[in-house]
Design a protein around this ligand. Structure first.
Ligand code: G4P
Length: 530
């Protein structure tokens, strides 16, 4: 129980959204509340601009800036909040998925005009896989959005979650008048660019109070009463245990840019969001209150700028206390390592830290010793489970243009895939190396880095695959027969797991139907429980 107070003092979470829904704006408002920044606009540089989609060096430059904002720590109401940033650019979706393994909860921002979008769907899949508690913020209520009931139904259906409205909006767009807080039973009237403490709050003990007519008008007062009766009838009070078990998601309506409805959500977040929890490993469950240090690497950021060739590995502390200059056990390399310059992050500044506790994220300077999923302990051998690797969406064969550099190429491919830039498969029945990525941009990054960092010159040849599935079977013979028969479509990943590369959904479904003894998995875990 030595570190009990440190642990319960922390909340580690991420804000996720489809690009443009308002993640950056909301992040900024949180930082303003936490006093971590003083002026609006300070976080904007963190965002990868849309215009840069074809220029990866520009994106890398912007990502370089974003290293400092990868983890934003600030205090709010005596709670230390670690907000982990996730890249908005869809080509970096894998980064986001992995970051989700390092948080204890999530705030999902949905644009009230666009509703559920592609990225929202995929991000929520990861949250559901891990039973991550989610709070939903429906943003941009100052714009003419979808009907509130339709929107909630769409979110519930599309994301397969159960919602619990905490506030209820009065209209949207230019008629947006504010939100009614269903638990505190007060009304907050909307004004553009509100400073939280100046928000116009009307305390009413009875929804039938005639003051509603005065402030909202007869029609809107009547609609609000009907809505509230309906919602309250279905809802009742929020069951926090259900939220923590990821069975229900509280929902807030607001407008991030106008700082409206943000503080309300942050206050609830502080009250209900989970503290760092115990985590499963390949050997046993690690209790978050154990005194010995344990944690894992969930992200590696390599800087492409030749002037700053640093690589930062992001380490999530899961138990114990991380100390500067102390030796820890690097499980995979079976080696003792220590860090003289571990970083913590505070808004845009990086600073060297002396110690860190469960829930914290430490930036470790790395010269190539780490790969995603690596564990540090005080001697014990285990890996944290539940760090998924998803199927890439674009597959290309690596063509070596300079046979004299084959060794360098192999080393480069291994290191880059350790960083999680891409996945590497080797086709059975040959030595064909296949790179799989989520976005086209990664191929440019890989080609550039192989040449500049390893001296290896490559080209890529597009392959007609659309998905990789990891195969398992209780009967190893069946698996062997299948891969023999499907040589062109099967291979192994870097860890020797058998993979089927499907040309289309139709092929995949046909194989699933024809091979009932084989299990097809859409994701693989980096470390599985023994
Ligand atoms: P992201 O990080 O999720 O990609 O979104 P971001 O916060 O950058 O917001 C995307 C756009 O939506 C921005 O406008 C932002 O100002 C706007 N926005 C955020 N919250 C609200 C809101 O509550 N209401 C309205 N009407 N707009 C909102 P932009 O024009 O793309 O950028 P900027 O020129 O404002 O920086």
């Amino acid at each position: 129980m030595k570190y009990h107070d440190e642990i319960t003092h922390r909340r580690t979470f991420a804000i996720i959204s489809h690009p443009d829904a308002g993640k950056t704006t909301l992040t900024e408002k949180f930082l303003l509340f936490g006093g971590a920044i003083q002026v609006a606009g300070a976080v904007k540089s963190n965002k990868i601009k849309k215009s840069a989609t074809s220029d990866f060096m520009e994106i890398e430059r912007q990502r370089g800036i974003s290293v400092a904002t990868s983890v934003m720590s600030f205090e709010y109401q005596d709670i230390l909040i670690n907000l982990l940033d996730t890249p908005g650019h869809k080509d970096f979706a894998e980064d986001t998925f992995r970051t989700l393994t390092a948080v204890d909860s999530v705030i999902l921002v949905v644009d009230s005009v666009n509703g559920v979008e592609e990225q929202t769907r995929r991000l929520m899949e990861v949250c559901r896989m891990r039973d991550t508690p989610v709070i939903v913020f429906i943003n941009k209520m100052d714009r003419d959005g979808k009907n509130r009931f339709d929107l909630l139904e769409e979110i519930e259906k599309e994301l397969n979650i159960s919602l619990h409205p905490m506030t209820w909006p009065i209209n949207s767009g230019k008629d947006f008048k504010g939100v009614y807080n269903l638990s505190d039973k007060n009304l907050r009237l909307f004004a553009a660019n509100t400073k939280a403490d100046e928000e116009d709050t009307l305390n009413i003990t009875d929804i039938n109070d005639p003051v509603l007519e005065t402030r909202l008008g007869t029609q809107d007062a009547a609609t609000l009463r009907e809505d509230v009766e309906l919602v309250d009838g279905v809802n009742g009070a929020l069951n926090v245990a259900d939220y923590l078990a990821a069975k229900v998601s509280p929902v807030f309506f607001g407008s991030a840019i106008n700082n409206f409805g943000v503080k309300e959500m942050l206050d609830t977040f502080i009250r209900i969001a989970p503290v760092p929890l115990s985590r499963e490993t390949t050997q046993r469950k690690v209790d978050v209150e154990e005194e010995k240090l344990s944690g894992f690497i969930f992200k590696i950021h390599a800087n492409l700028d030749p002037k700053h060739r640093d690589r930062i590995a992001f380490f999530r502390v899961c138990s114990g206390r991380f100390e500067r200059n102390k030796y820890y056990h690097h499980v995979r390399l079976d080696k003792e390592v220590r860090f003289s310059n571990p970083y913590s992050f505070m808004a845009r500044d990086k600073s060297i830290i002396q110690d860190a506790y469960a829930g914290d994220v430490v930036g470790l300077f790395d010269t190539g010793n780490f790969k995603i999923g690596d564990t540090l302990t005080e001697g014990e051998d285990f890996y944290f489970t539940g760090i998924p690797s998803f199927s890439p969406e674009i597959f290309k064969e690596v063509i070596n243009k300079d046979p004299l550099k084959t060794k360098q190429l192999e080393k480069g491919l291994l290191q880059l895939t350790d960083e999680g830039v891409a996945q590497l498969f080797t086709q059975f029945g040959g030595t064909k190396k296949i790179i799989g990525c989520v976005g086209e941009l990664q191929f440019e990054v890989i080609q550039y880095r192989l040449l500049h960092e390893y001296g290896a010159s490559v080209e890529f040849r597009a392959l007609p695959f659309y998905k990789a599935c990891w195969l398992t079977s209780k009967d190893p013979k069946k698996l062997e027969e299948f891969t023999k028969f499907k040589l062109a479509n099967s291979g192994e990943d870097k860890d020797g797991n058998v993979v089927y590369l499907a040309q289309s959904e139709w092929f995949l479904n046909t194989e699933i139907t024809n091979n009932p003894d084989i299990e097809f998995h859409y994701s693989s875990e980096i470390h599985k429980q023994d």
